[in-house]
Design a protein around this ligand. Structure first.
Ligand code: GLY
Length: 372
């Protein structure tokens, strides 16, 4: 597959969009323009706030264009207000500071970024429930809720242990990943979105459908978070059980993906009227499949790499927004099966779809170093 051509198209588009939106916090594109969602949750603690920075850092790594670096640095500095306020932070501090501060630290060695990311890791660790062995996801009365997405927040903890040479962060990450194998993953390899624990006893009380169709259904982005998240726990620990868990989700995902290689919003649901696809799930899964491919014996690699290539090709051909009037990279991102549609449509480019698409494309070009 012509990855040079695809990555050039991505970088050309990013150069243009970045000059218009600069150091803002895009989430979804509406009518072709990325909207600044800085004020969506006060102050700046909306979980998607780092994906634009992540794209800017990927672009900087490719081009060494200082504009990309300076814009990403500005986003990272602006997010200090959320870190300092503390109230309102949630488990997605992993997403938020991996693609800002950790990326900056890995690429430039910026010591202030290292400290920001360690503060975020300390916050994430503090959400661990010892009785249930899980990291609490959200705030308010959701004391016992853990969600599959959190597997993607664990790399911040593993990274913190590597940097500080203190295993406490990694112990928490392993405990959460083990709980996810036990309580989030199902015997067929698929995963629940939400698992509610009794925070006093640690027992599982119930599972919820969350952003998928219903209890017991199979929200495809949740499957993708698990596929990549388990693979990243393996990346840091080299524990086979995490790679096996990632492979189980991958096999389930590949078995359920449609013939056109773009996943449905939920693999076990009635079709969603209008748009039944979620391009973001395809992009995340493709990036995760490439991590699995690089960690299995050579004779197993083709299954995972081949599926990832098919997904990237399908996303490019059927969802790629190469028309200059659209700032997003991928059309047909879907927020949730049951979307209220108040602030934005349920069929639109979403910033994390763009990030993982770019990461997967660059990985197919041999850029295997990750910010995770
Ligand atoms: N982490 C929430 C989502 O995937 O929409």
């Amino acid at each position: 597959m012509a990855m040079d051509d695809l990555s050039n198209r991505i970088l050309t588009k990013l150069a243009k969009t970045s000059r218009r939106i600069g150091a803002t916090f895009p989430f979804v594109s509406i009518n072709g323009k990325y909207q600044d969602f800085a004020g969506r949750e006060e102050p700046l603690n909306w979980w998607t706030n780092s994906f634009w920075s992540g794209q800017l850092w990927l672009a900087y790594r490719e081009t060494k264009d200082e504009f990309f670096r300076q814009t990403a640095e500005s986003c990272e500095k602006q997010m200090d207000v959320a870190l300092q306020r503390f109230d309102g932070l949630h488990h997605d501090v992993g997403f938020m500071w991996s693609l800002t501060a950790v990326a900056d630290y890995k690429l430039t060695g910026n010591d202030q970024s290292r400290r920001r990311a360690l503060l975020a890791a300390a916050t994430l660790s503090s959400r661990f429930n010892l009785k249930g062995g899980y990291i609490r996801a959200w705030n308010d009365d959701k004391v016992g809720w853990a969600i599959v997405d959190c597997l993607m927040n664990l790399p911040l903890l593993f990274w913190a242990s590597e940097v500080t040479k203190d295993q406490r962060f990694a112990h928490i990450a392993r405990a959460h990943a083990d709980t996810a194998i036990r309580a989030v993953q199902r015997p067929d390899g698929s995963v629940n979105h939400i698992v509610c624990f009794d925070p006093e006893t640690g027992d599982v009380v119930e599972t919820l459908g969350g952003q998928g169709f219903a209890v017991g259904s199979s929200w495809s982005r949740g499957q993708a978070w698990a596929l990549y998240g388990f693979a990243l726990s393996h990346k840091y620990t080299k524990e086979t059980r995490y790679l096996d868990a990632a492979k189980r989700v991958a096999h389930y995902f590949i078995a359920n993906i449609c013939e056109d290689w773009v996943p449905r919003v939920d693999f076990r649901s009635p079709p969603l009227a209008g748009n039944d696809k979620d391009s973001t799930a395809g992009a995340i899964a493709a990036a995760g499949l490439l991590e699995i491919a690089d960690n299995v014996p050579e004779h197993e690699q083709a299954l995972y790499r081949g599926a990832a290539v098919k997904m990237v090709q399908a996303l490019d051909q059927t969802c790629g927004a190469w028309d200059k009037s659209e700032e997003g990279l991928l059309l047909h991102g879907t927020h949730a099966y049951h979307h209220l549609g108040k602030d934005f449509p349920n069929d639109t480019p979403i910033i994390y779809g763009d990030y993982y698409f770019m990461e997967a494309v660059l990985r197919l070009k041999g850029r295997t170093e990750l910010f995770w």
